[in-house]
Design a protein around this ligand. Structure first.
Ligand code: MG
Length: 455
């Protein structure tokens, strides 16, 4: 697959993002709407997360779409995967106003294709060209589109997930849900309740100022959730990011479940049911590959970014291959039987099923996974390309994977060195067996990179 993401000027791996009123203005979003309406015809679904700027920006994108002849269905506030599901089922495309896990002052636009996946690189480059050239003009009065408001459509998404599982499979289980004041206030508590769980919510009232915690579900921000899980005797706690395409978990003892462990646990369950490929970026812990291979399945690696995972899953299926599961080691998991995008609500529901089937506590299941350590670091340097070239030369006698940056693969560990596409930094990830391997590999790499950047 061609990885052309670095050529994009406006859209990053997950759409356009920026601080509202500074980088991201209603004018820019209007232009995005006009460009999208010029490229796409038919009925476009528009949704937003709970950010305070969401209404203004949704109106701007709708105005652009309507003026260029598209019809618009405004789905109101809903998770990104809910909008993606609705687009896949019944619309010609979508535009989601969200900044996902970014702080409250940010917002963004994510463009959804008719099949429910995020717009691919080639189409995004075309869209950017239209935006930069301003090569569109509003249509006369008799050709502008019309708008319908449909805030209840989100229920179809809830229904689809609930009906993916055995009836009332979660009966007797208590779960604490922390939607972080985001759009999953409308979905995850309802999904789990309809699956039979007793659901307690925290930060369960939609609020774009995010008074309880920031939209990134970090271990620090989830301490109150952890306390509530323990005090309520819940089986687990689940928290979403600001647009609920990711889920992270707290075990029954109040401990944060590292996202690669979450991925490995669900991967092991799904690969036990069905044989085929799991698709994930090169940055995912080897823990996932180990459990997948133990179950007789294979791993297909992609560049970093959920869109590459989703599109690779689709293309493998198009070649007639079985694809069991996909996702990233950040709690963003893709269930191909449901849809080809990360889905936080589906992930929470799957965890209910796994705990019911295994009749074990979450901490006990996590303890059965391979133990790995992961170290993440970054170095500021304007010479990213030179660093990558030097690292590639220095380690040329070892096993290298050049899918995205340079990944050096050893028996007990691997290291991934990537240059950021948007900032002058080098990102380093090391994944290793427990012990000193990870720290030693990290120190070795930092030594080389410091020497290169100080030349
Ligand atoms: Mg997100």
């Amino acid at each position: 697959m061609q990885n052309s993401k670095f050529q994009k000027r406006l859209f990053g791996t997950n759409g356009v993002r920026g601080v509202v009123g500074k980088d991201l203005t209603p004018d820019l979003v209007l232009t995005i709407g006009e460009a999208l309406g010029t490229m796409r015809k038919g009925c476009i679904a528009v949704g937003r997360d709970t950010r305070t700027s969401g209404e203004t920006l949704a109106k701007a994108v709708k105005s652009g779409l309507l003026s260029t002849g598209c019809n618009v269905v405004d789905c109101g506030i809903l998770p990104t995967p809910a909008l993606q599901y609705l687009v896949k089922e019944q619309f010609d495309g979508g535009a989601m106003i969200t900044a996902s896990h970014n702080p409250p002052e940010y917002n963004g636009v994510k463009i959804i294709d008719a099949d429910g996946t995020e717009m691919g690189d080639e189409e995004t480059l075309r869209l950017e060209q239209l935006i930069f050239d301003l090569s569109f003009s509003p249509l006369p009065w008799e050709h502008v589109g019309y708008e319908i408001s449909a805030p209840d459509l989100v229920r179809k998404y809830v229904h689809a997930i609930v009906h993916h599982f055995p009836d009332k499979v979660g009966s007797g289980m208590t779960v604490v849900v922390d939607p972080g004041s985001g759009p999953s206030c409308l979905t995850t508590p309802q999904i789990l309740t309809q699956m039979g769980c007793r659901v307690l919510t925290l930060n369960g009232i939609m609020d774009g100022t995010f008074p309880g915690r920031l939209p990134e579900p970090s271990p620090d921000g989830l301490r109150t959730l952890a306390d509530l899980v323990v005090s309520s005797g819940a089986a687990f706690g689940v928290a979403h990011d600001g647009d609920a395409d990711r889920s992270v978990f707290i075990d029954e003892k109040g401990r944060f479940v590292e996202e690669n462990q979450e991925f490995a646990l669900i991967a092991r369950h799904l690969c036990h049911q069905k044989k085929g490929a799991l698709v994930t970026p090169v940055s995912t812990s080897r823990m996932v590959e180990m459990v997948v291979k133990d179950e007789g399945c294979t791993v297909h690696y992609t560049p970093v970014g959920s869109i590459y995972v989703a599109r690779t899953m689709r293309s493998l299926i198009g070649e007639g291959k079985e694809v069991v599961f996909g996702g990233e080691g950040n709690g963003g998991l893709i269930f191909p039987d449901h849809q080809f995008c990360r889905d936080g609500g589906m992930t929470a529901a799957m965890m209910v099923l796994i705990l019911c089937l295994h009749k074990q506590q979450l901490s006990a299941l996590i303890a059965t996974l391979p133990q790995r350590t992961m170290i993440k670091d970054k170095i500021s340097t304007p010479h990213g390309a030179k660093v990558l070239e030097d690292i590639m030369k220095r380690y040329r006698k070892e096993i290298l994977d050049l899918t995205d940056g340079v990944k050096i693969i050893r028996e007990n560990s691997w290291a991934l060195v990537r240059a950021s596409g948007t900032e002058p930094i080098i990102r380093i990830i090391i994944d290793a067996e427990c012990g000193d391997y990870g720290r030693e590999f990290h120190d070795e790499l930092i030594g080389h990179i410091s020497a290169i950047t100080s030349e």
